[in-house]
Design a protein around this ligand. Structure first.
Ligand SMILES: Cc1cc2nc3c(=O)[nH]c(=O)nc-3n(C[C@H](O)[C@H](O)[C@H](O)COP(=O)(O)OP(=O)(O)OC[C@H]3O[C@@H](n4cnc5c(N)ncnc54)[C@H](O)[C@@H]3O)c2cc1C
Length: 396
């Protein structure tokens, strides 16, 4: 958009952290407009289908995804670190090496003489630098410092009572080799999808998986994306989940390090933009990782913000326009995800047939299945016709 910008990152060194995530067709469209489709295709798996199963491994729902479902853009399953490094490389190539400054933790900011002055601390906590800009964008995650400045009374993130354990396992491919599956229900779930095109080309699969259990309580346990834990904390609960299409205990036993994190979000807020400062991504709307929306919605925010800044000369008005476009849709997703989003069908089956079923149609109708799936796509902004009507060159 020709807007000069700098990214200040608190980490001393940007490393490819995290495990897998999904980019839905609407965010893949934005990255394609930015010329990143070849890099994405080389780093992620184009997701072919999404399949929901009961805890007994019986199929409840399956749907094609991305281009296989008729979207003009793919859905990608990708390692978060691979995506992050791909974006970092593109930013440095296009905006210069000094566009991203590591080891700069934002500690305060104020508006002065028609600009925002931000202060940063270094790794040792000592004052490091100040920077002056026309606009400050707080894209600083679920524990956002920028958000806390505007909402000083907000408490810690709201804990759902559910813990997630995540890892990757190299194994033989399951289903199509490009399938994403979810099995179980709201209080015990297993999610798996392959994320490595290199492993696929070798006839194998690098499977990203998430095991989820309800432990209760409403105080958020420590959130440390890099905390490794012992698999005995959750593996026994999945011992019986050996299905003819996937051996869950085997995936858990054979994996690399396992990371634990709490499933939490925050209540939607009424405002993101305050004069020359605004919020974006998890800082603005942290949500449960349901329906593959965390990273995708952050990318859609960025596209809307860039477009508003390019088109509206008055900068506070541009930030208002961005907020008007994005606050309500993302708040709806936060709330929809609290109600299980598209995964609600798994809970319906569990409630109606906890011991299993002989015929799915006796438990849930086709119509009900379709209504849940299409309702969520509308909320999350990737309704097929609406998205396919979008252009190929404009960010929004
Ligand atoms: C280490 C890590 C691992 C993750 N792993 C996964 C995963 O495996 N799967 C998944 O679905 N989601 C994961 N997430 C969440 C996912 O990345 C986000 O939901 C989504 O990408 C939205 O991105 P975001 O840029 O808004 O926030 P984030 O990805 O959280 O990025 C926020 C960034 O701001 C930096 N930051 C925070 N405070 C300050 C400050 N005061 N000054 C300067 N910089 C600051 C952080 O270091 C971080 O780099 C992870 C997040 C993190 C931080």
């Amino acid at each position: 958009m020709g807007i000069a910008c700098r990214v200040f990152e608190s980490a001393g060194e940007i490393r490819p952290l995290g495990v897998g995530l999904n980019l839905l067709p609407h965010s893949a469209r934005v990255l394609t407009v930015l010329g990143l489709a070849p890099a994405l295709a080389a780093s992620g798996i184009e997701t072919r289908e999404l399949v929901y199963y009961s805890k007994h491994g019986r199929r409840i729902w399956s749907e094609p995804r991305g281009r296989h479902a008729g979207y003009r853009w793919p859905q990608y399953s990708i390692h978060r670190g691979a995506l992050q490094l791909l974006l970092l490389r593109a930013v440095r190539e296009r905006l210069g090496d000094d566009a991203v400054l590591e080891g700069h933790r934002l500690v305060g900011f104020e508006e002065r003489d028609g600009a925002v002055v931000a202060s940063f601390a270094g790794r040792d906590g000592g004052a490091r630098a100040t920077a002056r800009g026309d606009v400050l964008v707080g894209a600083d995650g679920i524990h956002s410092t920028v958000r806390a400045a505007f909402y000083p009374d907000e408490q810690e993130p709201k804990f759902s009572g559910r813990l997630l354990w995540r890892s990757v396992t190299r194994s033989s491919p399951f289903l199509t080799g490009e399938s994403m599956i979810m099995a179980g229900h709201a209080s015990q779930k297993f999610v798996a999808y392959p994320i490595s095109p290199q492993a696929r080309d070798e006839g194998a699969s690098l499977v990203n998986w998430v095991a989820e259990l309800t432990i209760g309580g409403d105080e958020e346990p420590t959130r440390d994306w890099n905390r490794e834990v012992d698999r005995d904390r959750f593996a026994p609960a999945f011992e019986a989940w050996r299905f003819d299409w996937l051996d869950v205990p085997h995936l858990i036993a054979d994996s690399g390090p396992v990371y634990e994190f709490p499933m939490s979000d925050r209540d939607p807020i009424a405002r993101w933009s305050f004069s020359r400062t605004t919020l974006l991504g998890d800082a603005a709307h942290p949500m449960y990782p349901i329906g593959s929306n965390g990273a995708s919605q952050a990318i859609l925010d960025a596209a809307a913000l860039a477009q508003a800044l390019a088109e509206v000369d008055d900068l506070p008005a541009a930030l208002q326009r961005y907020e008007a476009e994005r606050l309500e849709p993302t708040s709806r997703i936060v709330l929809a995800n609290r109600g299980q989003g598209p995964e609600a069908v798994m809970q319906i089956v569990e409630d109606r047939a906890p011991q299993g079923f002989a015929r799915l149609g006796d438990v849930i109708s086709d119509e009900e299945l379709k209504t849940v799936a299409s309702g969520y796509k509308r909320v999350a902004g990737f309704d097929l016709e609406a998205l396919n009507a979008r252009g190929e060159t404009s960010l929004v």
